[in-house]
Write a protein that binds this ligand. Structure first.
Ligand code: SAH
Ligand code: SF4
Length: 360
C-alpha cells in the first residue's frame, strides 16, 4: 500500500481501471465502483454491496473521495440561481453556481482558487491567485450540483421535483467560475473527460464549455489534441490597446497572436469560436468598438456573447443598457456575426459572471 490515499475523483475511468488491476483485482470491480459513484451517486464504501469485501477494504485504504462541504449557500430572489461557497481540504474556499434556464440547468464551475490573470473588472482577478484546483475538486463541484438536483426537496423555481418525478440531471457545465481554465490545463481536461464519460454522468462534450481569457499556448494545445469541448474566448477589446487596458495578459499574448490561435483552432477542428465581450458603458460598447469587432472577426466562424458588466468592488465601470447592447448587436449582424446578450442571473447574490470571490 502507498502513503496518503489518492483521490478517487482525480482518476479517469481508465486510470481507475489500471489502478485496480495493479492491486491485483479484476477490472470488473473498477467498472462497478465507477458506476456506483458516477451513475448512482454513492460515495460510501459500506453502500457498495456488489463489491467484494476484500476489494472494498483495499480501495478504501487507497482511495478517498473529494468532499467539498458547503460553507454558505445563497439563493437569488428570482429563484433561478443558487451560489455555493464550498470548502477545500486546505481551508481555502471556492464558489460554484447553479443556474436554471428554461429547460436546462447549468453548473458554473471554478478551475482555480483565485486567478492570476488580473482582468480589471473581475472580482476573482481582483483577489489574485491562490492555487490551481485538482481534477477531483473540479469534478466534485459538478457532482455537488447534480446532487442538489437529484434531491427531491430541491425546489428550484419551475422545477419542483415531486416524489414521483424522475430526478433531473445536470446537463451543462461552464468553466466560467473562478480561475483561468487553460492555466490549469491538465486538471481541467481530465475533469471534462470524467464528466463526459459515457459510463458515468455522460454529459455531452458540447455541453461543457471552457472559457479562456486568451492563453494562446493552451488554445493551440486544445486544437492539436482535438479536445471535444466548446471553447469560449474572452475578447473585450478589438484593438491591442483597448484589450490590454482591460485584460493585462494581453501584453503577454497579444491580440494578433490570439486571433491566429483562434483561427488555427477553428480551422483545424472545424468549429465555431464563441467570443465573450463584457459590455462596459462608454468604454467598449460604442459603435466604433462594434465596427472594430466586426472587422476583426468578419469571415470567421464566430459568435459573440455580450455580457453587460456586473458590478464588482474593485471596478467602477457601468453596464451597457439594453438599447445600446441591441445597437451593438445590430452592427455585428451587419458583418455577418451572430451574437447573444447573456441573461443576467444571480446579480443580487453576486453570482454573475466575474462576481465570484472569496477570501484567499
Ligand atoms: N477565466 C475565464 C473564465 C472565467 S470568467 C475567462 O476569463 O474567460 C467568465 C466570463 O466572465 C469571462 O468572459 C469574463 O471576462 C467575464 N467577466 C469577468 N468579470 C465580469 C464582470 N464583472 N461582468 C461581466 N462579465 C465578467
Ligand atoms: Fe481570471 Fe477570467 Fe476573471 Fe480574467 S475574467 S481575472 S481570466 S477569472
Amino acid at each position: 500500500m502507498s502513503g496518503a490515499p489518492a483521490n478517487f475523483h482525480d482518476l479517469t475511468r481508465e486510470a481507475l481501471r489500471l489502478q485496480v488491476v495493479r492491486w491485483g483485482f479484476s477490472p470488473v470491480h473498477a467498472a462497478r465502483l465507477w458506476a456506483y459513484v458516477y451513475l448512482e451517486g454513492v460515495e460510501a464504501w459500506a453502500e457498495m454491496p456488489e463489491l467484494p469485501a476484500r476489494f472494498r477494504t483495499r480501495a478504501e485504504a487507497e482511495l478517498s473521495f473529494t468532499r467539498l462541504p458547503v460553507a454558505t449557500e445563497t439563493h437569488s430572489r428570482d429563484g433561478f440561481t443558487r451560489k455555493y461557497l464550498l470548502s477545500l481540504a486546505d481551508g481555502r474556499r471556492i464558489e460554484t453556481v447553479l443556474m436554471r434556464f428554461t429547460g436546462r440547468v447549468t453548473a458554473c464551475v471554478s478551475s482555480q482558487a483565485g486567478c492570476a490573470m488580473g482582468c480589471v473588472f473581475c472580482a476573482t482577478g481582483q483577489m489574485g491567485f491562490a492555487r490551481h484546483l485538482t481534477t477531483g475538486e473540479i469534478v466534485a463541484q459538478a457532482l455537488h450540483v447534480n446532487r442538489v438536483l437529484r434531491n427531491p426537496t430541491c425546489n428550484l423555481l419551475g422545477y419542483k421535483a415531486t416524489g414521483a418525478a424522475a430526478p433531473e440531471r445536470l446537463r451543462n457545465i461552464v468553466l466560467m467560475g473562478m480561475g483561468e481554465p487553460l492555466h490549469n490545463y491538465d486538471a481541467v481536461m481530465a475533469a471534462g473527460e470524467i464528466l463526459c464519460d459515457s459510463a458515468g454522468l455522460s454529459l455531452g462534450a458540447k455541453q461543457v464549455t471552457i472559457s479562456t481569457v486568451g492563453v494562446v499556448p493552451g488554445i493551440i494545445r486544445f486544437a492539436d489534441e482535438g479536445r471535444p469541448f466548446h471553447l469560449a474566448v474572452s475578447l473585450h477589446g478589438a484593438t491591442q490597446e483597448e484589450r490590454a487596458a482591460l485584460v493585462p495578459v494581453a501584453k503577454k499574448w497579444p491580440l494578433d497572436e490570439l486571433m491566429a490561435a483562434c483561427r488555427y483552432y477553428s480551422g483545424k477542428l472545424r468549429r465555431r469560436v464563441f467570443y465573450e465581450w463584457t459590455l462596459i458603458e462608454g468604454k467598449n460598447d460604442t459603435a466604433e468598438s462594434a465596427h472594430a469587432v466586426g472587422r476583426l472577426l468578419q469571415g470567421q466562424n464566430a459568435q459573440v456573447n455580450l455580457i453587460p458588466l456586473n458590478p464588482t468592488a474593485g471596478y467602477g465601470g457601468v453596464p451597457t443598457g439594453r438599447e445600446a447592447a441591441r445597437q451593438f448587436q445590430q452592427i455585428l449582424a451587419d458583418y455577418g456575426l451572430p451574437s447573444t446578450v447573456r441573461q443576467r442571473r444571480g446579480i443580487d447574490i453576486a453570482a454573475g459572471c466575474g462576481q465570484l470571490a472569496t477570501a484567499r
